[in-house]
Design a protein around this ligand. Structure first.
Ligand code: PLP
Length: 293
């Protein structure tokens, strides 16, 4: 296996980053996850655009020009002979002495890792995944803005630990005001009175690339879409719930347990709904069209 590190492809066993890297010391950096279908990186330009926005929000200078970033990803895929893959691009502040000052780091560290894409179990799509409403709140917009796809993921990791303890797959986080935000690695949607609802970016979420496509597909297929502030109770009352991200695409959610209140488990069970199935199908058609272009 090969990894792209800074300016070249190296064997994975030799792809080493310093213990003084501020990505390691402080989670000071950004990343993107992409999906490759038949050798084509889906929504590459959108991912690069978001990477630049994340970089600008943390005052990081990306050490490469856009065409060179694209080349680095394609070269890594080629070195690993991958056509259906998962790409993880990471840029950290780089090597520097201990201290928070970003100026201690002269050059960001740039890494591209690729892996064969392994499908999620079919049962996840047929039956839906289980989830919780986590007691861990999403970062405040005024703290680490969730729009920054940052390496600083401890909040989401704490929520994921809670999900594992509850033996469920995903944890949905609320914001400080108690409104729904998103999952640890996904955006959330639900259907209420035939309207597709999803927390707005203002609630404090990462504006997922899959989320934007799903909203667009829903509108094109005649559905009403509402982005706004929603409560967990509205989720329990929904007729369908699903989560989205680059690798999951559109994944139905079959149950939600509330872990925000001590000893109170409010359980909502959902069948996999028709709108979720339709949007997954349309999403996959969109991918096929993109790949053939
Ligand atoms: N929200 C969070 C916190 C994420 O980490 C991710 C993706 O990893 C998403 C949402 C979904 O984003 P995308 O659809 O761009 O993969």
């Amino acid at each position: 296996m090969f990894v792209y590190l800074n300016n070249k492809i190296v064997p994975a066993s030799e792809a080493k980053v310093s213990v003084f890297d501020h990505g390691f010391l402080y989670g000071d950096g950004i990343y993107e996850t992409m999906r490759v279908y038949d050798g084509v990186i889906f929504m590459l330009d959108e991912h690069i655009k978001r990477l630049y926005r994340s970089a600008s929000l943390i005052g990081l200078n990306i050490p490469k020009k856009i065409p060179d970033i694209k080349i680095s990803i394609y070269e890594t895929l080629k070195a690993n002979s991958l056509t259906n893959a998962y790409v993880r691009l990471t840029i950290s502040r780089g090597y520097g002495t201990i201290g928070l000052d970003p100026d201690l780091c002269k050059e960001p560290t740039f890494v591209v890792m690729t892996n064969e894409f392994k499908s999620y179990p079919r049962s996840y799509y047929k039956e839906g995944i289980k989830s919780i409403i986590s007691s861990v709140r999403r970062n405040l917009k005024e703290a680490i803005n969730p729009q920054i796809k940052s390496l600083n993921f401890l909040n989401n990791i704490l929520a994921k630990i809670e999900a594992k303890q509850a033996d469920v797959y995903e944890a949905i986080m609320l914001n400080a005001e108690g409104y729904l935000t998103e999952g640890t690695i996904s955006n959330i949607f639900f259907v209420k009175d035939n309207i597709l609802c999803t927390p707005s970016v203002e609630c404090g979420i990462l504006d997922g690339i899959t989320r934007a496509i799903v909203i667009d597909l829903a509108l094109k297929n005649g559905l009403e879409v509402k982005e706004g502030k929603f409560t967990p109770e509205e989720l329990y009352m929904a007729s369908e719930v699903f989560i989205t991200n680059t690798t999951m695409e559109v994944m139905p959610v079959s149950s939600i347990v509330d872990r925000t209140m001590h000893n109170t488990a409010c359980i909502a069970h959902k069948p996999v709904g028709e709108i979720s199935k339709l949007l997954l199908k349309k999403y996959q058609q969109e991918v096929n069209g993109y790949v053939k272009e």
